[in-house]
Design a binder for this molecule. Structure first.
Ligand code: HEM
Ligand code: NAG
Ligand code: NAG
Length: 330
């Protein structure tokens, strides 16, 4: 090869590498300072709205956190769960979403309105949800972490896409692990994210089988602490009003802490899917560690939330930046 041809070849190789790096960037990457020039105060604006809403009702915390989780597990973190359909067939209308508390939707809609007032048409609803989910954790006393941004809002929201994509409270460890694995989350991440059940409520119907019809040999789930089982039976008598709900964390229901794991060790996990994390010997060591070491839980939770925020994201020119979080742009 002549000297000139060699130079030419190197030049092409260099261009190819640069191009591949640019494509990679456009492909799957979120970045922390995505809005640093287009909407530098976005995080402060969202935080302000979330804390105002929190001062009105504590439900802001669990409702916003669960909304983010459900959004991410169904067609990715793309605010598809926010869409309202006049026909009642959007993602939020699916039976698994029936119990998503209205305060989560309200928080995101208010934060979007505040952001639009300063930076119209720039910040996605999906990013606002991710920031708000972090902010509620911090407001309840949990760990802070930086949120990666650059998500675009999805163009699809269908109730029929929900079934099979969300974990059920009756799942065993393998079922829990595999539904999280489908979303690039490890069993360790799953155990840490379950710690979100340190706040919020569950309706009686989601665990009543543990009290009244557990198995042929025992009507009450033997992994339940017996005093706790008694308490639950009085809060949730058979045929109770379906709107009745009880605290997921009976000890510190309004603090984002590791007491959830101490409850599991004590047989006070409300859902089967909570208690199984302690009763299964595979996950028990991690539960014991999180119960004893709040720092380990906080670190694992923050890492897992960032990973959750990457699930199925749309970036670059995919999707759109919705003007109204509850409707696709027309
Ligand atoms: C590990 C598998 C999980 C299962 C089986 C599960 C199941 C449930 C169920 C059945 C409820 C009660 C809903 C109701 O009756 O209203 C609930 C509530 C809740 N879940 Fe989960 N969940 C899981 C993981 C997660 C994750 C990963 C998060 C967030 C990171 C989360 C956040 C919440 C919150 C905050 C509530 C309380 C909602 C409220 O009070 O409005 N859950 N979950
Ligand atoms: C999981 O990660 C792989 C590799 O980075 C990616 O291609 C895939 O889209 C991710 N899946 C989800 C649900 O985010
Ligand atoms: C909060 C919310 O939008 N919940 C909806 C869930 O789905 C049912 C219908 O299945 C709606 O009636 C709820 O409003």
């Amino acid at each position: 090869m002549s000297r000139k041809k060699e130079m030419e070849a190197w030049k092409w190789l260099y261009l190819l590498v640069v191009l591949m790096m640019m494509m990679r960037r456009g492909e799957g990457q979120l970045i922390e300072n995505f809005y640093s020039s287009s909407c530098p105060n976005v995080e402060a604006i969202v935080q302000q709205t979330v804390s105002t809403k929190f001062s009105q009702t504590f439900t802001t915390i669990p409702a916003t956190l669960r909304l983010f989780f459900h959004d991410c597990f169904v067609t990715g973190c793309d605010a598809s769960v926010m869409i309202s359909s006049p026909n009642g067939d959007a993602e939020k209308d699916a039976s698994d979403n029936l119990s998503l508390a209205g305060d989560g939707f309200d928080t995101v809609i208010k934060a979007k309105a505040a952001v639009e007032a300063t930076c119209p048409g720039v910040v996605s609803c999906a990013d606002i949800m991710a920031i708000a989910a972090r902010d509620v954790v911090v407001l309840a006393g949990g760990p802070s972490f930086s949120v990666e941004l650059g998500r675009r809002d999805g163009l699809v929201s269908q109730a029929s896409l929900v079934a099979g994509n969300l974990p059920e409270p009756t799942f065993n460890l393998n079922q829990l692990t595999s539904i999280f694995a489908k979303n690039n989350l490890s069993q360790f991440d799953m155990i840490a994210l379950s710690g979100a059940h340190t706040v919020g409520f569950s309706h009686c119907s989601r665990f009543a089988n543990r009290l009244y019809s557990f198995s042929s040999s025992s009507t009450v789930d033997p992994s339940l602490n017996s005093n706790y089982a008694q308490q639950l039976m009085s809060a949730c008598p058979q045929n109770v009003d379906p709107s009745i709900a009880v605290d997921l964390d009976p000890v510190t229901p309004q603090t984002f802490d590791n007491v959830y794991y101490q409850n599991l060790v004590a047989g006070k996990g409300l859902l089967s899917s909570d208690e199984v994390l302690f009763s299964d010997p595979t996950s028990q060591p991690t539960v014991n560690d999180f119960a004893k070491n709040p720092g380990d839980f906080n670190g694992a939770f923050a890492t897992a939330m960032r990973k959750l925020g990457r699930v199925g994201v749309k970036i670059g020119n995919q999707g759109q930046i919705r003007r109204d979080c509850s409707a696709f742009n027309s």
